[in-house]
Design a protein around this ligand. Structure first.
Ligand code: UD1
Ligand code: UDP
Length: 384
């Protein structure tokens, strides 16, 4: 029996972990034991607890309850807590996801006590080191033993940073494996898309008509914490809702809700809150989100996960950033990078309103990346 210790903390990591837990349950219960550690980075019911039951993720064995705070405070508390658990559990592998402070904390804790790190979503780069996520992902990749880039671009980014792609087992931190098997989020979208039809009904609850509403999410720190940017984004949403007489559904990250109160100009704040076409919601569950993405006319977002899910579900996307790690989506013409620029957002909406032809090529694997990852790990320590 091999022991995998999974580190989760932020919403997207909880969701991603569902793919690995599901693959263990379906194929590897005899050979893999999973221990789940929740750092507590996200803690509101709708940012964390809601996903466990809905996505059938086992309850965490540990919760560090670190909560919110500055980067140093939050990351340091996580490192301390994770190290203690690693010393107790002595796992064969530590799985980390993505690029949050929980990812980095686990990478530092595990690398220093020589536990092999498995980085799922390795190799993604924005080439913008002002993003906390870019720092987290570069540092995490460079102390990992197994790197699973979800796309060819991510694979090539690692090659360019000096990772060898022909290393053979036994893999170590100094002889890491870089293996491309697809994207666990594509696994999840495939698996949960149908289920969302029977288990939720958010469309009906809010009186939405299929393909006649826009879905928007905003949470990136640069967009929520800079007055000019958050005002430009909500001003653009307000104009689109009124000019095109279309509903816009906005499940609000708690960070965004707080910052709207602090930074939106009072007139705009009032207008947004009283606009019957703008639905400001609490964060929704993953099945609800998938259903919203599936039936939206278009998606406007600064989220990494949401831009990709829009693509999986063949929806055009306006990205509220100046760059993206998921460059395939933009190269295929399914998304436009508009930053937090009022006019660019309006122009992009006008462009997609005219229904340009978009080829949604699959760049994200075949829907069983999680199973391939686990198979690779097992084979690497028991080579035939
Ligand atoms: C974090 C990740 C980001 C990821 C996002 C997913 C880092 C540096 N950032 O950003 O990469 O895209 O999660 O959602 O790790 N808050 C609550 N309740 C919660 C969680 C957060 O109220 O359950 C509020 C707090 O005011 C907190 C703020 O949101 O200070 C930001 O939370 P934090 O986890 O620091 O960063 P995110 O913006 O969520
Ligand atoms: N998501 C969700 N409910 C919401 C908003 C997002 O379930 O109200 C899901 C979304 O479908 C995606 C993930 O959360 O799978 C993305 O998380 P987020 O946007 O917080 O972070 P990012 O992907 O940018 O790191």
């Amino acid at each position: 029996m091999k022991k995998i210790l999974t580190i989760i903390g932020a919403r997207p990591q909880i969701i991603k972990s569902a793919a690995i837990s599901r693959a263990i349950k379906n194929h590897f219960t005899q050979v893999i034991e999973e221990v789940i550690v929740h750092t507590g980075q996200h803690y509101d019911e709708k940012m964390s607890a809601v996903f466990f039951e809905e996505l059938q993720i086992p309850q965490p064995n540990y919760n560090l309850q670190v909560g919110s705070g500055k980067h140093g405070y939050q990351t340091a508390r996580m490192i301390e807590g994770i190290e203690e658990i690693l010393e107790i559990e002595k796992p064969n592998f530590v799985i980390i996801y993505g690029d949050t402070n929980s990812t980095l904390a686990a990478a530092i804790a595990a690398a220093k006590i020589h536990i092999p790190i498995v980085h799922i979503e390795a190799g993604l780069r924005s080439f913008n080191k002002k993003m906390p996520e870019e720092v987290n992902r570069i540092l995490s990749d460079h102390v990992s033993t197994y790197l699973f880039p979800p796309t060819i671009t991510a694979f090539e980014n690692l090659q360019k940073e000096g990772f060898k792609i022909d290393n053979l087992p036994l893999y170590t931190i100094d002889n890491p494996a870089v293996i491309s098997v697809g994207d666990v989020m594509y696994d999840n979208t495939c698996f949960f898309s149908e289920l969302s039809e029977t288990k939720t009904n958010i469309i009906q609850t809010h009186g939405l008509l299929k393909n006649q509403f826009v879905l928007a999410t905003i949470h990136r720190n640069t967009n929520t914490d800079e007055a000019v940017r958050i005002n430009a984004i909500f001003h653009a949403l307000q104009t689109i809702a009124d000019s095109y007489q279309i509903k816009i559904v906005v499940p609000l990250h708690p960070r965004t809700r707080k910052q709207m109160k602090l930074l939106l100009e009072s007139e705009l704040f009032e207008a947004i809150h009283s606009n019957p076409r703008i639905l400001l919601l609490e964060p929704v569950s993953f099945l609800e989100m998938i259903q919203l993405e599936k039936y939206a006319q278009l998606v406007i977002t600064d989220s990494g996960g949401v831009q990709k899910e829009a693509y999986f579900l063949k929806k055009p996307c306006i990205i509220l950033r100046s760059e993206t790690e998921w460059v395939e989506i933009v190269e295929n013409g399914a998304a436009l990078l508009c930053d937090a620029d009022y006019q660019s957002i309006l122009d992009a909406y006008g462009y997609f309103e005219n229904k340009p032809t978009i080829a949604y090529q699959n760049s994200y694997g075949n829907g069983n990346a999680a199973e391939s990852i686990l198979q690779t790990l097992l084979q690497s320590i028991n080579p035939q």
